[in-house]
Structure formats: structure tokens, C-alpha cells
Design a protein. Sequence first.
Length: 340
Amino acid sequence: MKKIKIGIIGCGKQAPKHISGLKKIPGIELVLADIQKDQALFLAEKERLAMVENSDDLFQDPSISAIDICTPTPSHAPLIKKAIACKKDFFCEKPLCENLDDAHEIHAMIQKSGCIGMVGFIYRFAPVFEIGQSIFNEIPSDRLNSPLGKITSAYFRIGGRGSHQLWKHSRKHGGGAINEMMVHMVDLCLWFFGEVEHVSVITNNLLRPTREFQGVQETVDAEDFIMAKFIMKNGVQIFCQADLITPAFTQFVDIQGERGSYFASIKPDMPSYIFCENDTDAYKKGKNNLAQGPINLFEKQMSVFIEAVRSRQQPDRCTIADSLQTMTTINKIQEEATNQ
């Protein structure tokens, strides 16, 4: 098996999760870099990995075939474009980038380059959501039918406490509940039901303008509560809520059909099930529990990326085209929120 050497840029909160997944895959060698050299050194020593003092070294090293980007959103586009220019495959944490113009440019670049590109929408790898996608993505546009019957309502919810990093609550750094939280649910909405026809923002608020970071009170300006309504091209109506004010992280999807319902969460302590009024080909009448089981989503995610790199085929999910679609919807939400 050919060894794949990957340069990881950014050694903050996300990098250890990626490392844990990549270490489980045979034939992977990792090298770290961070603009804060002490942070790269700390993680390199902890994980027993190599590091370089300047991320440019990763791009110039011919033995490195892929770049894993775990940095704040404003740096995504420049790093991705540099990776493509250097003929290196890349994995990037969500979102793809800050604005739609960069997203279109990256999409065009990767189509011409032959590089493999993937964006980290981790929820697409949760078994309960894979089941949901297999059910709802095949709804005929003229009937809106599924094993649960015609879909009558859908509610996507995610909430966290925030206050991890100051930049995540700063508009100029791409922070806020839309980019940090809602983007995950928008991606699931699109994966389940296809394209969005219409977006309307129900409420957009900054409920906690002052937050504490490492013992220091700071004034923040990015929204921390957002609720939007989507009308999908197939007619399904979705309500989507995201916030950075929930004390304990929560996340779930609640979809109602005329003959049953689907409730699922990435959280193992929340129920996930399909309820059917009658027996179907796949599910019995009544409540069908969807067991999550112990699974490392990051291992699954990074395995898909490595398989794409080795096969030279774009991944089966979380592609740049997927992210472009997600960013198009996020852009509509942001425009609507700004005009409120």
C-alpha cells in the first residue's frame, strides 16, 4: 500500500479529531504546522508527530500529497487555492470558505486541476443520518412520498454554548451561529431534500453581546441565535434553528409524514427512531429504534477522504460541489438576515 503523507495546518480544537481518524488508517504519515509555533510543537509532542515551523514548507514538500486544513474560516480560501496550485489534494474543515465568489472559484479550479477536494461536514457520516438521507433523498418531486408518506413538516435544530474562541463570535472573522452551527443543518437539509427554492429568516439575534474567554470579558458582534424557513424545490417545508446560547450541546432532526415520522440525533443520549403507522418494506408498524452504536465519525470521514485520494475519484459525499450548494443557501440566509 502506497504511503500518503499529509500536512495538517492548524493545531487547535479540530486537528486532534482529524489526527485520531487518520491514525487509524494504514499507510498515513502526518506533519503539523500552525501560525502559532508553540501550539504546533505541543500537539506534535503529544501525538508524537513531525512538525514544520512554516506551513509554506508543507506546500513545497514534494513528498506531501495532501493538505488538511483545520484553521479559522477566513484562511480557508487562500490555503485551498494554494493547495490546488501546488497540485495537492485537500481536506478542509467546514465551511468551504467565507464568500460565494471564492466558492465558485474553488469549484472551477478543482474541476480543472484533477485534485481531490473534500469539506468536513461530519454529520453526513452519522449512521442515523445516512438512513434519513436514503429515505428522503429519493422522494419523487411530483408526489413527495417516502416510506412515511407525504412529508408535512421538518425541523432541524442545533445549539451549543459558544464562548470557545473569540473569533467564532466575530463577524469579520466569519463567526456567528450561521457559519458555526446552522451550516451543518443546512448541509443536512440539502443532503436529505435537494435544492432550496426559497429562504426566509424568521429571527436573527445577538442575545449575548458580552462573553467570557479565558477569564476575560469581551464584546462580540456576531449573531448567536438564528431561525430560518426553507421551501425546497420539491415542495418540502423546513424550519431550521441554530444558536450559540444552549448550555449543553443539542442537535436533532424531526420530520413528520402523513404515515409516520423520523427523529434522529448525533447525540447518543437522545432517541433516534422511525415510527410507522403501518408495516413497510423496511420498517415494522410502530417505533423502530435506530441504534447508533460506538463509532468514530472522524475515522469514517477521513477514511472516505483517503479512499478518494487513493482511487483518484471524488468522494461520495462532502464534495466541493456539495459545499458550493450549501454556501449558496448560507449566502441567501445571510442576505435575508442582513435585510431584517
